[in-house]
Design a protein around this ligand. Structure first.
Ligand code: SF4
Length: 161
């Protein structure tokens, strides 16, 4: 509802109301049959936002491209559960740090379809239980020391923290 940056309403929630109080449409909605692959729909939207990003601010310019690249990685059968976590993190970065509404909502189609149609994502994952062996936060310790920064924003925060 409301275009690529709107709300994804799965068939299980068809009792919801198209209204400002529930699901605002802004006059635009798309209907996909159950035969459609919602992962591919979201991947298409991810590329749309990466293309539409004007590049003014880094979170959106880089974040939308990372999102589209990650969806391509999953489509190629090279993704993992870790990539799913990273996309959730990207959504938070885009939402909190982008300059305008395009960046704020760019990850919505991915994150919402991930929640509503988990099977569409999980069947593409190489391994559901993959954990990266490389500790990026620890690897950045020298950089933090050189720059004299050790605040929360200078750390990579894990999803479990
Ligand atoms: S959030 Fe808006 S201003 Fe920033 S790069 Fe994206 S489209 Fe441009």
């Amino acid at each position: 509802m409301g275009g690529p940056s709107g709300t994804c309403v799965p068939w299980r929630e068809f009792e919801r109301r198209i209204a400002f109080e529930d699901v605002p449409s802004a006059g635009a909605f798309m209907v996909f049959s159950r035969g459609r692959d919602m992962f591919e729909v979201a991947r298409n939207f991810a590329h749309f936002f990466a293309h539409e990003s004007c590049g003014f601010c880094t979170p959106c310019r880089v974040g939308t491209s990372l999102l589209a690249n990650t969806m391509d990685k999953l489509a190629a059968g090279k993704g993992s559960a870790y990539d799913m976590q990273r996309m959730q993190t990207l959504m938070r970065v885009l939402l909190s740090m982008s300059h305008c509404g395009l960046g704020h909502t760019a990850a919505k189609p991915v994150v919402q379809t991930m929640a509503a149609f988990p099977d569409a994502y999980e069947r593409r994952l190489k391994r559901l239980d993959f954990e990266p062996a490389f500790d990026l936060d620890a690897a950045l310790a020298t950089a933090r020391h050189i720059t004299g920064r050790d605040d929360d924003w200078a750390h990579i925060v894990s999803e479990e923290a």
